[in-house]
Design a protein around this ligand. Structure first.
Ligand SMILES: [Zn+2]
Length: 773
């Protein structure tokens, strides 16, 4: 028999503190908070600061008094009443770090404790500023709308963002937990110690915290090879930012709905990517000095964009001695060094072209002997140069682009800032090919005019290792973007991927396969059966040796594991008989052992998904879902359940999601998204959203991440004119009721682009496959 236990927990960002206590609920109004909580003796109470005393009240209630907080914004206040257990450790500087989880999940907290202690030490060192509170708690909340929340001293997490269960958590789950902990710890400085003046600059919190994931994990967990994952952070940003419906990083936001909409890929991902580009431009050391300067200067205060650019251009600290344009510093970072006071205006001028302008530039390169002609324009997916609206959409866009390039003749990295529409460069020597955007550190897309792409493609075919791994990933990414913008034809991009079966760098291989897989799902969903079949044959023919090499185990490096998961998932999705057979075998062994058998975690999702295809298997999985105490396992089971071909089973999942008991409310958006990805469920999920809009609005805020995910997750894969019309009509009816979100325009533009992509490329894909299978 299960017992219902209740937890009380706050979550205030951005505008909810005002609902808990009277306050000037804006980030600029910082204050010290003294908190007292009354509770029953079977519970504990937690808040930002440590407890100083407990008083027993008449009637048996206990009253906990907490130390007054440091000066901070209202949205960071937090308190919890619960019956959780914890594990604790102490950082090098003596701060007590504890991980809390509900008693049955306590044994999944140990990885989080290791990670937090290690990252905590790293950040104190890197920022050269000690964490100012005496303790830090990280708490796993059983039903939590977002991924995590950085409340100062009391960080709250969704269970899957904090807990790690060696039996059911896969390599990508581990990567995720490490990443979220790194993100929230970075906020203790970026956001909590120094806060943006207003929500229009939320990227100063989120872009930085996302970027610090890269810096901190690379330094503390090099075996996770996080910089290869970071490229996807930027690719995700580019996917949104190459639509006309994108927005600038700094954007006016007034109402609570508009403020919530600011928490998107532009603030998080693009913010992080332009910081990475700036670090590459300034050098690691100069960048670090700049942010130390920024954090020191604005501690317990608020900042805006210009303050950051000021600090990064001039890394002298207050109190430093300056003379003749040089800065003599006593701080740890710059001790015994002298740094040059860079020109303030140059960095600011450059960076405002990235923060105040929306979109991403396309750099067009044409090589003529030793001369290079450069040209920049705004990169737009789905709007072609020959379209009448193209010209107007280009007007007034200009970036200061810190270009980097390398040539086949040497390993040297060359640099040039492109500040005008066009420019010419003289190369130091003649070269067969050039590759711009070295290591994909820059936030721009590159097109090589003339024979530029052909030379690169033939280099990949002859010996791909002449190009750096991240440059290969960048080429694969850019070539497909250029197809979406109508600048290259699809067969050119497909030609480039021909070298992939020889690719030894797994992130590059996965990037290329990802595109081909995307086309497969698009064709399957639209029921274009001849192309679906041929693509399947193509993929299985060229990648079979690699698929067959994969073991059903948990061995190897992180990328061995990620590759294994991806390749075996692809093979089973394509109905490759040996894959289905092996997965079915493991599933029945697992079932016979009453769920006790340990299946390798990296193939767990695949095994469950194959098992979910029979009614017996599906029912058994649903039963196990209710019993599992591992969030990582539950996610895998729920995904597997959502791949069923039976509509009544999918409808049952939606019903359970609405009830919020067996399937928790926190998982409802991901569930709808997963069902919509299933060709058998796409219209079910979409009709559900249309018919239950009012119900959804009662459950979730209009501008929340969840609502936006529900809207885009159930519509943005559509690719026919009828579907576009349906979605358009639905959005118009919502607008008539007074609901308006930016995501409406993003979705409509995405569907229009899908339609255009098919019109332009379907026949090319069809005939290319006929020649190549
Ligand atoms: Zn964050």
């Amino acid at each position: 028999m299960s017992i219902l236990r209740v937890i009380a927990v706050t979550d205030f960002e951005p505008t909810q503190a005002r609902m808990a206590f009277p306050c000037f609920d804006e980030p600029l109004f910082k204050a010290n908070f003294s908190i007292k909580i009354r509770r029953e003796s079977k519970h504990i109470a937690l808040s930002n600061m440590p407890k100083v005393k407990t008083i027993e009240l008449e009637g048996g209630l206990l009253e906990d008094h907490f130390e007054a907080t440091v000066k901070m914004s209202t949205y960071l206040v937090a308190y919890i009443v619960c019956d959780f257990n914890s594990v604790s450790g102490t950082t090098s500087s003596g701060v007590k770090v504890s991980i809390y989880a509900s008693p049955d999940k306590w044994n999944q907290t140990h990885y989080a404790l290791d990670v937090s202690l290690k990252l905590f030490d790293f950040y104190e060192n890197y920022f050269d500023i000690n964490y100012p509170l005496p303790k830090l708690d990280l708490v796993a909340i059983p039903d939590f709308e977002t991924g995590a929340m950085e409340n100062w001293g009391l960080i709250t997490y969704r269970e899957t963002s904090l807990l790690f269960d060696p039996k059911t958590s896969s390599a990508s789950d581990k990567l995720w937990v490490t990443k979220v902990i790194a993100h929230e710890l970075a906020h203790q400085w970026f956001g909590n110690l120094v806060t943006m003046e207003w929500w229009n600059d939320i990227w100063l919190n989120e872009g930085f915290a996302t970027y610090m994931e890269l810096i901190s994990i690379n330094a503390t967990y090099p075996e996770l090879q996080f910089d290869d994952s970071f490229l996807n952070v930027c690719f995700e940003a580019i996917a949104k930012d190459s639509l006309n419906s994108s927005r600038p990083i700094s954007n006016p936001a007034e109402t609570p709905t508009q403020i919530q909409e600011m928490f998107d890929a532009v603030s998080y991902n693009k913010g992080a990517c332009i910081l990475n580009m700036l670090k590459d431009f300034l050098s690691e050391k100069k960048f670090q000095e700049g942010i130390i300067h920024y954090l020191r200067k604005f501690s317990y205060r608020n900042a805006k964009n210009d303050d950051l650019w000021g600090s990064l251009s001039n890394s002298c600290l207050e109190g430093d001695f300056t003379s003749d344009g040089f800065c003599y510093s006593n701080s740890k970072m710059t001790s015994n060094t002298v740094s040059f006071l860079g020109k303030n205006t140059e960095i600011k001028e450059m960076m405002t072209t990235w923060t105040l302008q929306k979109g991403i530039p396309l750099v067009v390169v044409k090589q003529e002997g030793r001369s290079l002609r450069l040209h920049q324009e705004r990169f737009l997916k789905g709007v072609f140069r020959e379209d009448p609206e193209w010209r107007a959409l280009q007007e007034r866009y200009l970036w200061h682009i810190p270009l980097t390039y390398s040539m086949n003749s040497s390993n040297a990295i060359h640099r040039h800032i492109l500040k005008s529409k066009t420019d010419t460069l003289e190369l130091p020597e003649k070269t067969n090919w050039l590759k711009f955007n070295v290591d994909s550190n820059g936030y721009y897309i590159v097109h090589y005019e003339g024979h530029g792409w052909d030379h690169l493609i033939s280099q990949l075919n002859q010996n791909h290792t002449f190009l750096r791994p991240k440059d290969r990933i960048g080429l694969i990414h850019d070539v497909f973007q250029l197809v979406s913008a109508g600048i290259l034809t699809l067969d050119k991009a497909l030609e480039l991927t021909r070298y992939l079966p020889r690719e030894t760098n797994y992130p590059a291989l996965l990037k290329g396969l990802g595109h081909l897989e995307l086309f497969y799902h698009m064709m399957y969903r639209r029921n274009i059966s001849d192309v679906t079949e041929n693509l399947k044959h193509y993929l299985l023919r060229y990648f079979k040796p690699m698929i067959d090499k994969q073991s059903w185990s948990d061995q190897g490096s992180i990328w061995d594991k990620l590759l294994r998961s991806a390749l075996l998932k692809l093979a089973c999705d394509l109905n490759h008989p040996p894959c289905i057979q092996k997965a079915a075998e493991l599933f029945s062994q697992w079932k016979e052992s009453s769920g006790k058998l340990n299946i390798p975690t990296d193939v767990l999702k695949i095994v469950y998904s194959v098992g979910a295809q029979t009614t017996g298997g599906w029912n058994y999985l649903l039963e196990q879902y209710g019993q599992s105490v591992s969030g990582a396992e539950k996610n895998k089971i729920l995904y597997a359940l959502s791949t069923s071909k039976h509509q009544e089973k999918l409808a049952k999942l939606i019903k359970l999601g609405m009830e919020g008991k067996v399937i928790k409310t926190q998982d409802f958006a991901a569930l709808l998204h997963a069902i919509a990805r299933n060709p058998m469920g796409q219209h079910l999920a979409w009709n559900f959203v249309r018919e239950n809009w009012t119900y959804l609005l009662k459950k979730f805020d209009l501008g929340s991440f969840v609502m936006r995910m529900i809207i885009s997750g159930t519509t943005s894969h559509f690719s026919s004119k009828d579907e576009l019309q349906e979605v358009k009509l639905f959005f118009e009816s919502l607008k008539a009721q007074g609901s308006h979100l930016d995501i409406f325009q993003i979705v409509l533009e995405t569907i229009t682009n899908n339609i255009k992509w098919l019109e332009k490329n379907l026949n090319t894909l069809r005939s290319w496959l006929l020649v190549n299978i």
